[in-house]
Ligand binder design. Structure first.
Ligand SMILES: [Zn+2]
Length: 305
């Protein structure tokens, strides 16, 4: 059973408060909407085309830097008619007074099975700030994993110092029972991420939004590189992880974020073809399939396979 553990839900332009739609042509408006909006219906359609069985709709709070603010109640409402197929997770600024209460409300009253997507880079706060601790305690008490984008983010208003993995490490040391999924495998800090994954038992990583091999992939930026070279971006971090003498190779979870799920799955299933072409060793096919089908199971315990 394939779970997409990180699928963004949002409406456009409602949840993009910084977007100026005035002056846009109808065509520009519709193109931006098609690129940026994801309803439950759209998620289900994309999942169906990709052969994905279940998905977790997640929110985002990045109004401080990036301009996306998705109300948690709306995500809960969107997932509700599709119970058993779609699940959901709320986002907060972890250092906000009231973040822990909001998370507890979403879990206890609105059925959230995950917390996310959280991002200290987008929110300009540190994961090691003691103000975040009550939120961690709630997640531990309910055994709900946190999806955290702890690596750098792509906006001019965010500080790199909050997007370092050192604070994630400190959080994992201080809260060893907290289940965390590091989004995008810490992109582009893959090697640091691999070290943390091998040291912290309850730290996992999702492989969403890593540039896909073979020239496919639709990121939110929509830009195409001048030279497409998959190895440093997707294949190298994955190969590095599997070549580490790690105790647990099953810590990578597949997710699509805002990528097309079908293209993403094809990109990962194409890894060995590309590695062979470049003369590198290949990854056991079973390990790649486990990223889709198995590795999420000890993490998202509220979802039954
Ligand atoms: Zn995301």
């Amino acid at each position: 059973m394939i779970l997409d553990c990180h699928l963004h839900w949002r409406r456009w332009p409602d949840h993009f408060p910084q977007v100026q739609t005035k002056g846009m042509t109808e065509e520009q408006f519709n193109q931006a909407k098609a690129r940026s909006e994801r309803t439950a219906e759209r998620a289900l359609k994309d999942m169906g085309e990709a052969g994905v069985d279940k998905g977790i709709l997640v929110g985002l709070k990045s109004g401080r830097t990036h301009g996306v603010e998705v109300p948690n109640e709306l995500i809960a409402e969107a997932a509700k008619p599709h119970a058993g197929k779609l699940y959901w997770g709320p986002a907060v600024y972890l250092n906000d007074h009231g973040a822990a209460d909001e998370l507890e409300h979403c879990i206890r009253d609105l059925g959230a099975v995950a917390i996310g997507e959280l991002s200290p880079g987008y929110g300009n706060y540190s994961l090691a700030d003691p103000a975040c601790s009550p939120a961690y305690e709630v997640a531990i008490a309910y055994d709900i994993p946190m999806l955290i984008h702890a690596g750098p983010v792509g906006t001019a208003k965010s500080y790199l110092k909050y997007a370092n993995l050192d604070d994630l490490d400190e959080m994992c040391v201080n809260f060893p029972k907290l289940k965390v999924v590091l989004c995008h495998m810490g992109e582009p800090r893959y090697h640091e991420a691999a070290n943390l994954l091998s040291r912290h038992a309850n730290l996992y990583a999702d492989v969403s939004m890593m540039p896909l091999g073979g020239g496919v992939g639709t990121g939110p930026g929509g830009g195409k590189p001048t030279v497409f070279h998959p190895f440093p971006h997707l294949d190298e971090p994955i190969l590095y992880w599997f070549s580490m003498p790690s105790r647990n190779p099953n810590k990578l979870l597949w997710a699509s974020d805002v990528q097309n799920p079908k293209e993403s799955i094809e990109g990962f299933r194409g890894i060995n073809g590309r590695l062979k072409k470049m003369g590198y060793p290949t990854i056991p096919e079973e390990s790649i399939e486990r990223m889709f089908h198995e590795n999420w199971k000890p993490v998202f315990t509220k979802i039954k396979a």
